[in-house]
Design a protein around this ligand. Sequence first.
Ligand SMILES: NC(=O)c1ccc[n+]([C@@H]2O[C@H](COP(=O)([O-])OP(=O)(O)OC[C@H]3O[C@@H](n4cnc5c(N)ncnc54)[C@H](O)[C@@H]3O)[C@@H](O)[C@H]2O)c1
Ligand SMILES: [Zn+2]
Length: 382
Amino acid sequence: MKQCQLTIPGVVYAGPGSVEKINEVLQREKAQSVLLFTDKAVRGAGLTKRVEEICSAVKLTVIDDLASEPSYQDVERVIDEVSVANIDLVIGVGGGSVMDAAKLASIVIGADYGVRDLLKDPTIAKKYIKSLMIPTTCGTGSEATCNSIVAIPEEQSKQGIVNNCMIPDYVILDAEMIRHLPPKVLAATGVDALAHVVECFTSNKATILSDTYAIEGAKKIFHNIREAYADGDNMDAKTEMLIGAFYGGVAITGSGTTAVHALSYPLGGKYHIAHGVSNAILIAHVMEFNKDACTERLSALCDAVYPEKYAETADSKADYIISEIKDVVAKVHIPTKLDEFGVKKEDLDFLVKAGSQQTRLLVNNCKELSLDDIRYLYEKLF
Ligand SMILES: NC(=O)c1ccc[n+]([C@@H]2O[C@H](COP(=O)([O-])OP(=O)(O)OC[C@H]3O[C@@H](n4cnc5c(N)ncnc54)[C@H](O)[C@@H]3O)[C@@H](O)[C@H]2O)c1
Ligand SMILES: [Zn+2]
């Protein structure tokens, strides 16, 4: 067995009503001053109401004007606006966009570097403020990772800033937060979580530790995403999705995503296709392309998720997992052709170049991708 590592949040609370555990966190941290990150849609949906009520016992500063899938300049701007000194706790209540910004705030406020510097050298980061993450989507797993993803408008792409110190100190997984999640957002974020577990399990960096989380996450997501999408009142399915997405995040810290996420970044960066949607467009094509290099892994994933297929060959089990991925994407009604998002064939050169630069993730892919391979994959999307 090779040496391996997971980076795991300090305390994780889960279950209905666990948002009340904020009280416990405030006490444990002896917090006097809290900075709450959220966005207008999440706050407008009433999801921060209880958080704000509980935190009214201390000094509370709320930032809710954060853009979706923000650029590094957006994040720098909101962080610069915070003039409160001595913040004891940063809370993020929202999807990946909010949590990523809150995690960056926890390492940038009080530091002599900014987000821009972290893009060049993430190793300089140190944690200055403890953090608590409360996801309101069931996708990114950001509440469990050491990553923050920001858009780089001048490169029309996105980039991950990764440092272990960004791991949240506290997490609250309360499915009430996703009870009224719009189905479109559930679909996109749910397929993002699906991509995390499948990519982490087939990644070159997969380990015995990450596999456990990837497999348990995959069981939850494959068996519940269609139900959670079709029936918004199915809280059992939504709870499984929330936990599955969290497991996907944990798997990322030990393994890593691969070519699906790598090739998806330019689609988000230039065309502003939602992160989960761009992954949904790519995932089946990338897995079909990868299949001959990871048949055994896809087959093992099938054994875990669909044990009733045990008697079939590894090849047909790998095909079955890919067909289930396609079925999930179809059932949650995500369009899979790029022209539906205004992307033109003339943009292929840009996509190939920008996709090939995502080397942080491409090195994790079980099959090396040449420029021609990248072009072949993007061409499949038209
Ligand atoms: N840090 C990581 O490890 C990691 C991993 C994957 C993706 N990401 C990043 O996360 C971002 C995407 O996050 P996301 O997919 O969670 O979407 P998001 O945070 O951008 O939210 C999508 C939309 O849904 C709204 N919303 C969120 N929760 C809601 C709720 N409960 N009810 C009503 N509306 C709600 C938001 O206001 C927003 O308009 C991207 O920038 C992506 O790159 C980060
Ligand atoms: Zn993702």
